[in-house]
Ligand binder design. Structure first.
Ligand code: PEP
Ligand code: MN
Length: 301
């Protein structure tokens, strides 16, 4: 490599982590457009400046019994969007003997529970080959943090015209997240919801906490885009006792929705058992969230 050129190019390009006026004009014009976007999921569920939808459920669709149990509880609490993954990326390849992705069977359970409760379904797509099956049931497709820049996957998801939750990768800048968003919008799908779910940081303040909820990302995003930005304190903190205060802080920071993991017996959750809230705690969080969101003229739905 010609070293002299390398140095010259660097200074010419004015490298920056911040979003520039040129970025907005040439690289991310759609996601930064001034038009207010509300994302309609069903007649009852719309992400907009007045609502604050709660997305709740277990980590994985472990069994038919579990997903029905959680869904019935959540429905009673007024939650309208159920989450649960039948396809799951895991950080390490050795899945526990008792835990397998439930895949097609799990999708069939989500189908049943959707018909039974009328709840909207959020589930994760890990690969293009699962997309057709997922689209038969899902009301919102989730693109997980690990796939934030899987551009082929983003494109195919966009082409389905389904609403999409795009999770921020734990190492990605806001600029990268907005770049990934632009790929979706470019395909003509503007039913886009962005999600802050925690970033890697040198200090996470607790041995089991792998990430830090970047509350500032919510405020920064809300400053520059008009698409819904939601927060996932469960995946960020990895630690149930920290989830309630992070939910409240996210509401205060202006989030447009929340993802909260719930399990009837968190310690028995087959993945990440430290992070889901039990039913009692979840009920308390919803009650307090309703009060807090009122201050900000938002309605928990
Ligand atoms: C999840 O929502 O279960 C999940 C795996 O999220 P993330 O991609 O943020 O880790
Ligand atoms: Mn998870």
């Amino acid at each position: 490599m010609n070293n002299k050129n390398f140095v010259k190019n660097l200074s010419n390009k004015n490298p920056t982590k911040d979003i520039t006026a040129d970025d907005i004009k040439y690289k991310i014009p759609k996601i930064t457009s001034n038009k207010k976007v509300s994302v309609r999921i069903t007649d009852k569920v719309v992400f907009n400046e007045n609502n604050l939808p709660i997305i709740a459920g277990p980590n994985g669709v472990e069994s038919r019994e579990l997903i029905f149990h959680v869904a019935k509880f959540l429905k009673k609490k007024g939650v309208k969007i159920l989450r649960g993954h039948a396809y799951k990326p895991l950080t390490f390849p050795y899945r526990s003997k008792q835990y397998l992705e439930t895949k097609n069977e799990g999708m069939n359970w989500l189908d049943e529970v959707k018909k039974h409760t009328g709840m909207a379904i959020v589930t994760e797509v890990t690969e293009i080959r699962y997309l057709d099956r997922i689209c038969q049931t899902a009301d919102i497709i989730q693109i997980g943090s690990r796939n934030m820049q899987n551009l082929e996957l983003l494109k195919e998801c966009a082409l389905t015209k389904k609403p999409i939750i795009l999770k921020r990768h734990f190492g990605a800048s806001i600029r990268d997240l907005l770049g990934a968003s632009e790929h979706i919008l470019l395909e003509g799908n503007n039913k886009l919801i962005l999600c802050e779910r925690g970033i890697s940081a040198p200090h996470t303040h607790r041995e089991t906490s792998r990430f830090i909820l970047d509350i500032q990302a919510i405020t920064a995003l809300k400053e520059i885009i008009n698409y819904p930005v939601i927060s996932d304190p469960s995946h960020a903190s990895f630690w149930a006792p920290w989830v309630p205060p992070l939910v409240y802080a996210s509401i205060a920071a202006g989030c447009d929705g929340l993802i909260i993991e719930v399990h009837p017996k968190p310690e028995e959750s087959k993945v990440d058992p430290l992070q889901p809230l039990n039913y009692k705690k979840f009920s308390e969080v919803i009650n307090i969230s309703k009060k807090i969101s009122k201050i900000f003229k938002r309605k928990i739905i």
